[in-house]
Design a protein around this ligand. Structure first.
Ligand SMILES: NC(=O)c1ccc[n+]([C@@H]2O[C@H](COP(=O)([O-])OP(=O)(O)OC[C@H]3O[C@@H](n4cnc5c(N)ncnc54)[C@H](OP(=O)(O)O)[C@@H]3O)[C@@H](O)[C@H]2O)c1
Length: 333
């Protein structure tokens, strides 16, 4: 069968929010896999805030995407042809397949997934990098203890929604910060957070004070900027600030707003620590073993926003920054 590929190519480095002109939609033939490679049909593409960083020409924990290259992205798909003994036609896999319909890839970093265990798209969210990030960020970096109070920003997103639920499952209080009354209602009524703060409409400092009367033991920060500064003022003695991300700054990294209130760490004998989830690769099994059964029992809930069509990559990606989505944002190929 003659297959035609659709690939989203980085055409130039975006300035500010990504625009259609920053990418080219390329159509063309699909090559057969070579020795050691597989050909995968992409089914769902993960849209992650980190991808904005990969578009920039600066060294980071992974190299930037080159101009003219397929935009890097995590994805799940089905193996169409294999020239590697560990993978067979029909297997479902997850890995960095990129924003493209067909991916001819080496099997390094490719993992088999079980579609019977969970819907395929869940392997990009609660059972993928965001879920793992929440798990290790909260329990390892944040060193959460029962009875403590966790405040998490970006709380209605892929990572934040798991952070709050894990906090509750570990006997802590969970307060989320999110944009809009709908998201706040979702956090409390559906995900079981103790309270939610609408940073777009409410006085965040006053609301943190009201909802975290014993102050904040772990601030799990997905947003950075002003919210980080406000949260620092409410840190508890020996509080921990987990630097998971800073999405409020990603479209303007040239004039990044750093924390002005860091002296709160001195006064409260606190600690602020960043991490990258990939560092925990050897311990992913531990997280799956802990979260899988909870997911199966319905104790861990998740939402997804699924946008149709690879050609809608740019408007879909921008929803990460406008917040026009709930839970994990995914592109369906
Ligand atoms: N360290 C790691 O290894 C690692 C791994 C994965 C992800 N991360 C980081 O984790 C964070 C969350 O990632 P995710 O995949 O779960 O994304 P997400 O939370 O599902 O989506 C991003 C959300 O951020 C909120 N947001 C956007 N701009 C904002 C602003 N200016 N102020 C406040 N909130 C804003 C929006 O929600 P609202 O509607 O609430 O505004 C949006 O829905 C990101 O910073 C990401 O880079 C880090």
């Amino acid at each position: 069968m003659q297959r035609e590929n659709t690939q989203v190519i980085l055409a130039r480095r975006p300035e500010g929010s990504v625009r259609a002109e920053d990418f080219e939609i390329r159509r063309g033939p699909v090559d057969a896999p070579e020795e050691g490679e597989v050909l995968v049909e992409t089914m769902f593409v993960s849209l992650d805030p980190a991808m904005r960083g990969w578009m920039r020409d600066v060294p980071s924990y992974v190299p930037p995407v080159g101009i003219g290259e397929v935009m890097r992205a995590g994805a799940v798909g089905r193996v169409l042809a294999s020239r590697h003994p560990d993978f067979a036609e029909g297997d479902h896999v997850t890995g960095l397949l990129g924003v493209q319909r067909y991916a001819r890839v080496s099997t390094r970093g490719l993992h088999a997934i079980d579609p019977e265990l969970a819907p395929l798209s869940a392997y990009l969210g609660v059972l993928g990098a965001p879920g793992l990030t929440a798990y290790f960020g909260l329990l390892d970096v944040g060193a959460l203890k029962a009875g403590e109070t966790v405040l998490v920003s970006g709380a209605a997103g892929a990572v934040g929604s798991v952070v709050g639920q894990l906090a509750k499952l570990h006997g802590a209080r969970a307060v989320g910060i999110a944009g809009g009354p709908e998201k706040c209602r979702h956090l409390v009524e559906e995900l079981g957070f103790d309270a939610a703060i609408d940073y777009k409409r409410e006085d965040v400092a006053a609301r943190i004070k009201a909802t975290c009367p014993e102050r904040v033991d772990v601030y799990f920060d997905n947003v950075g900027g002003e919210l980080l500064d406000i949260a620092l003022t409410r840190l508890a003695m020996r509080g921990r600030v987990v630097i998971c991300g800073a999405i409020s700054q990603y479209n303007n990294m040239e004039s990044m707003r750093g924390p002005a209130n860091y002296m709160a760490l001195l006064v409260q004998r606190g600690r602020m620590e960043g991490f990258v989830v990939f560092d925990y690769a050897k311990r992913y099994g531990e997280a799956f073993a802990a979260m899988g059964p909870r997911l199966a029992r319905g104790e861990l809930k998740y939402r997804e926003t699924i946008v149709l069509g690879l050609e809608n990559f740019v408007p879909a990606f921008n929803r990460l920054f406008t917040g026009e989505k709930l839970g994990k944002l995914v592109l369906k190929a």
